[in-house]
Design a protein. Structure first.
Length: 90
């Protein structure tokens, strides 16, 4: 049974992973990137399944939030994500 600290730790990890994926996709824009490329570039660890799962969940959640588009096998930032990134840089 999970306690409050486990749930908080998991949600913090999810936010950190989503942030890393979004920042990577934004940094590469206007180039598109595939999920496979994201996994290779962001997950240099030993557990390939866990790395793929983490990236896929992050992309799914970011797409659900309106920050990423999945087009075929490519991942691209939305206009909202690009504008937010632009505002942060100003």
């Amino acid at each position: 049974m999970e306690n409050g600290n486990d749930i908080r730790k998991t949600s913090e990890e999810d936010r950190a992973n989503e942030s890393a994926v979004l920042q990577h996709v934004l940094a590469l824009h206007p180039s598109a990137i595939t999920i496979d490329e994201l996994v290779r570039e962001l997950g240099p660890g030993d557990d390939a399944f866990a790395e793929r799962d983490t990236v896929e969940r992050s992309v799914r959640d970011l797409a659900g939030s309106g920050l990423l588009h999945r087009s075929e096998s490519f991942v691209l930032p939305t206009r909202a994500a690009l504008r937010f990134d632009e505002l942060l840089g100003e």
